[in-house]
Design a protein. Sequence first.
Length: 222
Amino acid sequence: MFEVAGGVHHHLLHVLRMRAGGAVRVFNHLGDEFLCRVESVSRRAGALRCESQLAPSAEPALDVRLYLALCKNDYMDASIRRATELGVSVIQPLVTSRSAPLRGGARLRHWRGIIIGACEQCGRVALPQLTEPVDLAALPCIAAGEPAFVLHPGADAIPDTARGQMRRAHLLVGPEGSLSDDEVRRAAQAGFRPTGLGPRILRVETAVAAGIALLQYLYGDW
């Protein structure tokens, strides 16, 4: 038996509205999931008893890595939430010429909280890795054979003939106002193919969701 407090207790009491005797699924952020029974729950704390370990089922087959330019707080929060729900494994914030400024480490802690909440909502049991922001110039070179795309208005769409099972895919999404032409060229040199999502200009969080969904359709478990 173990006790829960803080945010976990709040989720148990006010979101799930659990009472003593109820069953709840619990995960440990490392990919393990358990069926637990609520032993007690009060206004300040709760106690759970682990009954059995479950086989995780919500983790995607495709390892999607998102490179996301820093943008306004609401856009960044929504993008990280959508990316987590859709199954990304890594979220790498990027500093670009049109990025919003990053105001200290509190933002990283805030984004990790969003990731945990999104995992609780969608049933994922392994938290995506959130890395420290780096400059776009530090983009890694993509391994040969791994699909990688940088979203850019006006670029050609991914051909449907690109479909196939892949182990890993990469997606780069710019800030409000998009990436500069020089930044798109720099991304292309690192192995990211400029790609469009149709004739409409999308908000950052919409582009993130649409881009990841497209990768899951083309290469993953959709």
